[in-house]
Write a protein that binds this ligand. Structure first.
Ligand code: KG4
Ligand code: ZN
Length: 336
């Protein structure tokens, strides 16, 4: 059995975790700098980078101690680290730290694609789920529909051609005067609103699996300018219904096109959304396949999922070169 220490610093969360090759999480520590960004209505890259620099060493130490390991000479087999995609200034802190630990402890290290990390979350929480899985990966930075044939073997069926789903939530929330991050705020308001209050378009109704949220965001701006009398909760409910309708429609079609699929999975920060969780659960029940609705801790960025993906990559392809650079735009389709 191998043991990995993983480091994740692609956005505003500084995270470290220890996970073994049986997918058991020994420790998982997360320190977020979100409070520093709230006043700016979004993550400020320079602030995020500076926060990682001050928190990385204590977070790694806490993860090692939490797993019962010696923080000066831990008995681990590999150091895994997110090397992309993400904010360059944030990625560089985690990557430099991982290289330093690997040199100091004379251990191999492996660079991990952050999105592939999200795809490994079901193995940690629901190891009994049958594969292939069809995964809706929706966060503040990404929106993809992915066919996962086996752990580490994936095909991107479609992705957003403009904004990510979470980005649209945050932009609409900002327009409505709600605080950042806007997704949870809109989700909370939508519960008591009428989804048919605004007539919003459902984008991307074609046969492919690509997604788009930019037009919907503009439609909300126009509709609320034209109908300022519509209550905030009704606007939230109408927007949430249009987002969920697009995503769930595509997921349903992807499931029809791939009858070999045994389970549906949600991943990324927007996987916390109540309408999506309900919808994915219903589609899975109708189709008689399993459903993975991650815990809140596993929706958002964490290092346990990076450790899982890192253990797989290390077993399949061996260690990364110490000259590995950060890849801020590293696409999931380029991972092999
Ligand atoms: O994965 P994540 O923590 O960070 C990255 O973007 O990588 O996702 C954060 C995103 C934000 O855009 C936030 O507004 C959105 O997830 N979000 C939600 C909900 N909770 C978080 N969006 C809709 N409904 C929610 N309940
Ligand atoms: Zn993420």
């Amino acid at each position: 059995m191998s043991l990995a220490l993983a480091i994740e610093t692609s956005c505003d969360d500084t995270a470290a975790a220890v996970v073994d090759s049986s997918w058991h999480v020994h420790s998982s520590v997360i320190e977020s700098s979100i409070d520093q960004h709230r006043a700016f209505g979004g993550v400020v890259p320079e602030l995020a980078g500076r926060a990682h620099l001050t928190t990385i060493a204590p977070v790694v130490r806490a993860a090692l101690e939490g797993a019962g390991l010696d923080p000066h000479a831990p008995a681990i087999d590999v150091v895994a680290v997110t090397s992309g995609p993400g904010l360059i200034g944030s990625l560089l802190i985690g990557l430099s730290a991982a290289k330093a630990y690997s040199l100091a402890w004379e251990l191999p290290f492996v660079g991990v694609n952050h999105l592939e990390g999200h795809l490994f979350a079901p193995l940690l929480e629901r190891p009994e789920l049958e594969w292939p899985l069809l995964t809706l990966l929706v966060s503040g930075g990404h929106s993809l529909i992915v066919l996962q044939l086996a752990p580490g073997e994936h095909v991107v069926l479609g992705e957003t051609i403009d904004d990510a789903a979470g980005e649209a939530y945050d932009k609409v929330a900002r327009w409505l005067g709600l605080s950042y991050p806007g997704g949870p705020e809109i989700d909370r308001l939508a519960v008591s609103g009428a989804a048919d209050a605004l007539n919003l378009p459902v984008s991307m109704t074609g046969d492919d699996f690509d997604l788009s949220f930019s037009g919907l965001k503009t439609a909300v701006v126009r509709a609320t300018q034209k109908h300022p009398e519509v209550a905030l909760a009704d606007v939230a409910a109408s927007f949430q219904a249009a987002v969920a309708e697009q995503l769930l429609r595509k997921l349903r079609r992807a499931l029809e096109t791939h009858p070999e699929v045994r389970g549906l999975a949600l991943a990324g920060g927007v996987a916390a959304n109540s309408a999506l969780r309900r919808g994915v659960g219903e589609i899975a029940a109708d189709a008689g396949v399993g459903a993975y609705l991650p815990s809140l801790a596993m929706c958002t960025d964490n290092a346990a999922m990076i450790a899982a993906a890192g253990l797989h990559r290390f077993a399949v392809s061996g260690p990364s070169d110490l000259g590995l650079s950060a890849r801020p735009n590293w696409s999931l389709t380029e991972v092999s």
